[in-house]
Design a protein around this ligand. Structure first.
Ligand code: C5P
Length: 312
């Protein structure tokens, strides 16, 4: 056998979206971020990120919302690939293709998901076997949610959200996501929260024991009762119609509802798949939501879905 490099022709990584079951926001820090205590769950809405060796760095985005994603050097997947190349001393550029299903600027970490996928894809493509801690460090520099999207499952996030630890969660949960027509910028929602809080004292947040026990029980009714998001009022303040969407979903029979991350997507927890279908139909038929997606969680984080094919 020759010693020719065994490089996959193309590597595809599938990466999930996230919802925050609890998002508690502490004081603003000196670096401009807020300290957080959050519990993430990865849900079955996916982007596929494919990397192929090429003469130059590039990124193409495909899907209904592709035009809302920058296809230049600011693209988070491209930044992820280049960050790993720099860290590992790799000289070969990759062409990246993103098949996008995760709502853009929807509070579901679509951009962070692509960054996580690019790191995992390039690590595999270049045969680096980067240590998990090192990959997580690169991930954290790209965005607060990126380390979680590599890990997946259900996990606690602290710091600015980037320090993750797994959480014991039983069972599977069914979600309906109500999408808005227009995205919300995460920094603007945090700024609105600061404005609403004014001079009020804000304590360092800690995860609630009620949420942890609901997750251990695996019971959707218990979980629905303790969903919490400190960014919700700020998102409502910027987009009052989101409150109506949440109220409509609850009136249509959701067990619980919450703004997902910084919004504008609203996440509804339902009892089972049939309830998910019923709620999805009601939300769209009534016009309460521009569009809906059904998903379940938890699911695994960024995973290679194409095996390497040996060249040469
Ligand atoms: O790190 P990430 O890309 O998720 O952050 C996007 C923006 O959201 C930050 O630039 C910051 O304005 C805001 N943010 C924050 N506190 C956090 C996470 C994000 O203020 N813990």
């Amino acid at each position: 056998m020759s010693s020719a490099m065994v490089t996959p022709a193309a590597t595809t990584v599938r990466v999930p979206a996230k919802v925050n079951l609890e998002l508690l926001v502490g004081p603003a820090r000196a670096d401009g971020f807020h300290s957080l205590s959050t519990v993430y769950q990865a849900v079955s809405l996916f982007d596929d990120v494919t990397v192929e060796s090429a003469d130059d760095w590039s990124v193409v985005v495909r899907g209904a919302q592709a035009s809302f994603v920058p296809a230049d050097a600011t693209n988070l997947a491209l930044r992820g690939a280049r960050a790993l190349a720099d860290a590992a001393g790799v000289q070969t550029p990759v062409a990246i293709t993103i098949d996008k299903e995760i709502p853009v600027a929807g509070g579901m970490a679509g951009g962070s998901a692509d960054a996580a996928a690019a790191l995992v894809a390039c690590d595999h493509h270049w045969g680096l076997r980067t240590r998990r801690e090192e990959l997580e460090e690169l991930a954290a520099e790209l965005g607060s949610d990126v380390p979680f999207l590599i890990a997946g499952g259900t996990a606690m996030g602290s710091g600015r959200g980037e320090l993750i630890a797994p959480v014991l969660a039983r069972g599977a949960f069914n979600w309906v996501f109500a999408l808005a027509r227009e995205g919300l910028s995460t920094p603007s929602v945090f700024r609105e929260l600061d404005r609403l809080r004014g001079d009020a004292e804000v304590l360092e947040p800690v995860p609630s024991p009620e949420l942890m026990s609901a997750l251990r029980s695996g019971d959707a009714h218990s979980l629905a009762a303790v969903l919490a998001n400190d960014l919700q009022e700020a998102a409502f303040s910027l987009r009052p119609e989101l409150r109506e969407c949440l109220d409509a979903g609850m009136a249509f029979g959701a067990l619980g509802g919450i703004v997902s991350g910084s919004g504008p997507t609203i996440a509804f927890l339902v009892a089972d798949r049939e309830a998910a279908l019923d709620l999805a139909v009601s939300l769209t038929a009534s016009g309460a939501a521009a569009d809906v997606r059904r998903a379940s969680g938890p699911v695994q984080g960024a995973q290679v879905v194409t095996g390497p094919r040996a060249l040469g």
